[in-house]
Design a protein around this ligand. Structure first.
Ligand SMILES: [Zn+2]
Length: 433
């Protein structure tokens, strides 16, 4: 009983200290998962919007599972940017000492390192070499892939600022396009043996919250560094924060896949959506998880999540799958690698992998398994805009004076081909007697 009460102490404290007011909507919800999404007030206890206080005992399963050298390497090369982490994490000879900030600012969590070979703690996802042997014609047999078509699209495309129109052209809506690609990928992956789940199947949100709910209850407590209007802030809390939390619940509690692919189309700043700026370059990159900034790890939920993600071992699998996927996608699409500006504080380069970068995005932070966040094409480039306007079609057609496949099929086929290659090489094959 003592264990249970101390485990829930942080949440209880947050509820008391912050005087959490639960939205009327939540009164109708009964699951624990929804209850822990209760809004908290960041100025008193530093937490990200809509995030519950972390439960540090969740890291107990990782005690003595990683060596000091590997832990330090992952922290310094993948998971942080800058030096701010040294204020809350001390890497000692036999343990990492982490300031948890809860229940009081001086509280600590001690993670012991292992002197033995690393071991993996219990988890629902499997690496390629943990899957059962398969045959060369079914390289994705037994693999469970979840596809997250980025954004919402449809009636929400303007609200989520993923909509623009050029003259009399068709409006460009990223959320509709990512779902189109996901629907093309599903049967292709299934034909190779995969079990495929789409995190959304319509251009509608998963979250039951709407901007009006958030306007009343959360706006006053949400971080707002750029001084957005309350309406804009409530909309962003809806389409980004609440929506991705809802997707994370579906991934972590229902789907429990081996891998998530978050599909996006990239863009560069386009200004007025009714008179967007078109540019003449296109590019491609894939994001793995990492690159927590000093400001982000001041938020206690993100500090906890960074350590938990690091210990889960998901980086190694993201790197292995991402590496083949990126090379194959670049080869089939011909897209050049995107280069973040030199001194970007929010990203880390992945050594030897020109198409891979690490970033701390909400989806790859909240999903409890390896996540690859795919960012090909530039929707407001003259090159890709013409291909988007041409729509989806079979085979090749002349677009911008060149015979090309539909941009949607090129996207779907490039990823499917990359996954096929990776799992074919990384998995054990059945020996035929
Ligand atoms: Zn996107």
């Amino acid at each position: 009983m003592k264990f249970i009460s101390s485990r829930w102490l942080p949440i209880t404290l947050v509820a008391v200290v912050c005087g959490v007011s639960i939205v009327a909507w939540w009164h109708h919800q009964t699951t624990d998962d929804q209850a822990v999404e209760a809004p908290v007030k960041p100025p008193r206890i530093p937490l990200s919007a809509l995030s519950p206080a972390p439960v540090w005992s969740l890291l107990d399963i990782y005690q003595e599972s990683i060596s000091r050298e590997r832990f330090q390497q992952l922290v310094e090369e993948i998971y942080v940017t800058g030096d701010g982490w040294k204020e809350w994490l001390e890497i000692q000879e036999d343990a990492a000492v982490i300031l948890t900030g809860l229940p009081s600012p001086k509280d600590r969590y001690v993670l012991k390192f292992s002197e033995q070979a690393p071991r993996s703690a219990p988890r629902f996802w499997r690496t390629a070499d943990e899957l059962p042997p398969t045959t060369a014609d079914r390289p994705l047999q037994d693999l469970h892939i979840a596809i997250d078509p980025g954004h919402i699209g449809g009636d929400w495309a303007k609200v989520e600022e993923r909509w623009f129109i050029v003259g009399d052209g068709k409006p460009v809506m990223e959320g509709n396009m990512t779902l189109d690609v996901a629907l093309l990928m599903k049967p292709r992956l299934e034909a190779l043996g995969a079990n495929v789940s789409l995190i959304r199947e319509k251009n509608e949100p998963l979250t039951l919250l709407r901007p009006a709910d958030l306007l009343e209850n959360n706006v006053a407590t949400a971080p707002n560094p750029s001084g957005m209007s309350p309406q804009k802030l409530a909309e962003r809390l809806f389409y980004r924060t609440a929506e991705i939390h809802a997707r994370a619940q579906k991934v972590n509690n229902e789907m429990r896949p081996d891998l998530v692919l978050c599909l996006h189309f990239n863009a560069e700043a386009w200004g007025d959506p009714n008179h967007p700026r078109l540019i003449d370059r296109t590019h491609f990159h894939i994001l793995l998880h990492g690159a927590y900034s000093s400001d982000e790890t001041k938020l206690l939920d993100q500090r906890h999540r960074m350590v938990q993600k690091l210990l889960s071992g998901s980086h190694d699998e993201e790197l292995r799958v991402g590496s083949t996927l990126a090379r194959e996608f670049a080869r089939t699409s011909g897209l050049p690698a995107y280069q973040y500006p030199p001194l970007s504080f929010a990203v880390r380069e992945i050594k030897g992998e020109p198409f891979l970068w690490a970033r701390n995005l909400l989806a790859n932070r909240l999903f409890d398994c390896p996540v690859l966040y795919i960012e090909p094409y530039v929707m407001n480039s003259t090159i890709d805009y013409a291909r988007i306007q041409a729509g989806d079609y079979d085979g090749l057609r002349e677009v911008s004076g060149k015979m090309q496949p539909s941009i949607f099929r090129e996207y779907a086929d490039g990823l499917v081909q990359g996954l096929k290659l990776h799992y074919l090489h990384a998995r054990k094959l059945k020996t035929i007697p």
